[in-house]
Design a protein around this ligand. Structure first.
Ligand code: S6P
Ligand code: ZN
Length: 194
């Protein structure tokens, strides 16, 4: 198949990148079962509270060897003391790596291998975070404003959400004494192997 032609796009504006091709919105209901305080999530949802947690704007491509470029915007907020985050995923094609570039706001990119060993990198404006092959990744907004970052990854990387949806990450990021703090995930089955 022939590749599509070159393009240029802008960074900025309300959508982070423009023009974009695909928009994905994730509300609390879409992340039901992900946050530690499941009871609070149930209560919020039953009260009709269903905040928008994050949005992804993407320029996707179809051919092998191409890159997708996406912009994720995670809104500031917490469920109990746990900061808003993305679902998190492994790439279906495990050898696919990814590059994140911080645009605004601040947060943590939490990564984890198949044995439950975790890694964390801060992201803020001007930061490049490299996610090597084989690591699941979740982005967490630990700041008071929107966390906005670009992601560049192979168009055929694919997403495996199942493992994280089922087991979570071995660590979670919560507010303690007004500061983001990484602690062991009390609900997690995959423990960090030292
Ligand atoms: C894609 C890349 C990001 C995420 C986005 C939302 O490989 O890692 O564009 O898709 O940050 O996260 P998630 O876990 O819901 O796909
Ligand atoms: Zn990814």
């Amino acid at each position: 198949m022939l590749n599509e032609g070159p393009y240029s796009a802008k960074i900025g504006g309300a959508t982070g990148i423009y023009p974009y091709k695909v928009k994905v919105e994730r509300y609390l209901r879409d992340l039901n079962g992900y946050f530690s305080n499941k009871q609070l999530v149930d209560e919020m949802l039953s009260r009709g509270e269903n905040p928008l947690i994050y949005v992804v704007y993407e320029i996707d491509r179809k051919s092998e060897g191409e890159f997708n470029v996406g912009c994720t915007i995670i809104y500031p907020g917490k469920i109990g003391d746990e900061y808003f985050f993305t679902k998190g995923h492994f790439h279906a094609k495990m050898q696919s790596s990814e590059v994140y570039i911080g645009i605004s706001g601040e947060g943590i990119i939490l990564m984890q291998d198949k044995n439950g060993r975790t890694f964390a990198e801060e992201i803020k404006p001007g930061t490049i975070v490299y996610i090597p092959p084989g690591l699941a990744h979740r982005s967490i907004n630990t700041g008071k404003m929107e966390l906005v970052f670009l992601a560049v990854y192979s168009s055929d990387a694919g997403h495996d959400y199942e493992t994280i949806e089922k087991f979570g990450f071995a660590k979670i990021v919560v507010e303690r004494n007004g500061k983001p703090t990484m602690i062991d995930n009390p609900r997690c089955c995959l423990k960090e192997s030292k």
